[in-house]
Design a protein around this ligand. Structure first.
Ligand code: AP5
Ligand code: ZN
Length: 217
């Protein structure tokens, strides 16, 4: 199935997509991760995206769609995908509908992670990840069991994103409300919208999402 995770920065899209990937054999496709990889590699798309991302704005549909459609064409995604952070604009949603229709597929579920704006700023501002395996942590909400050592891989180097400060997070939240939140109505009209309370604990949200995804396959 094709599962979309919708939600503002810090709602837990990445955290939950990784859980679903482990538990359900779906492939996480994060346009944010793909764009950060393009920035790190210094590709033309990455060069164009860098300043927009650092300011908390949305990268152009053209760039995002080129990156995403390349990835969707690879064979490992055939069993199903979790789209994490895509689509984010009406144009991206329409392009996705067309892309899936051309392949005889459709969106199985669009899951809106519903959260409180101020809590999101706090979640994003304290976040860091393992530099080796990518596992996500948080200064307050999800510390490593042993200080400075990744629970998953034993790695000892961690990184923080350039856009994970309170000021840029507010811009990202504004972009979400202006350009992405309207997609909720689009998926509601298609009959595939599901709302999940994402203020609950990571485990509780994972349980709710697991049930929704199990019901699809
Ligand atoms: P992207 O990488 O997609 O970032 P985002 O949407 O801002 O989302 P985040 O990764 O910040 O948050 P998340 O919802 O994944 O939360 P997480 O699980 O990490 O995009 C970055 C930028 O790229 C954009 O600003 C834009 O410029 C560009 N971009 C990307 N896609 C684009 C597109 N399609 N079109 C145009 N531009 C695009 O959780 C956050 C923290 O909270 C973690 O520390 C986690 O441990 C903790 N946490 C999670 N859940 C819970 C919980 N239930 N309780 C307590 N803590 C929790
Ligand atoms: Zn690790």
């Amino acid at each position: 199935p094709v599962v979309i995770l919708l939600g503002p920065p810090g709602a837990g899209k990445g955290t939950q997509a990784r859980r679903l990937e482990e538990g359900h054999g779906l492939v996480q496709l994060s346009t944010g991760d793909m764009l950060r990889a393009a920035v790190a590699a210094g590709t033309p798309a990455g060069l164009a995206a860098k300043s927009v991302m650092e300011a908390g704005g949305l990268v152009s549909d053209e760039i995002v769609l080129a990156i995403l459609s390349d990835r969707m064409a690879q064979p490992d995604v055939a069993a199903g995908v979790i789209l994490d952070g895509f689509p984010r604009t009406a144009g991206q949603a329409a392009a996705l509908d067309d892309m899936l229709a051309a392949a005889g597929q459709c969106v199985g579920a669009a899951i809106s992670l519903e959260v409180d704006d101020e809590a999101m700023i706090a979640r994003v501002a304290g976040r860091f990840t393992c530099g080796r395996c990518g596992e996500g942590y948080h200064d307050q909400f999800k510390q490593t069991r042993q200080e400075g050592v990744c629970d998953k891989c034993g790695g000892t180097e961690f990184k923080r994103r350039a856009d994970d400060n309170a000021e840029t997070a507010r811009e990202r939240l504004k972009a979400y409300h202006d350009q992405t939140a309207p997609l909720i109505a689009h998926y509601e009209s298609m009959g595939v919208l599901q709302r999940v309370d994402a203020m609950a604990s990571i485990e509780e949200v994972a349980g709710a999402l697991g049930q929704l995804v199990s019901a699809l396959s």
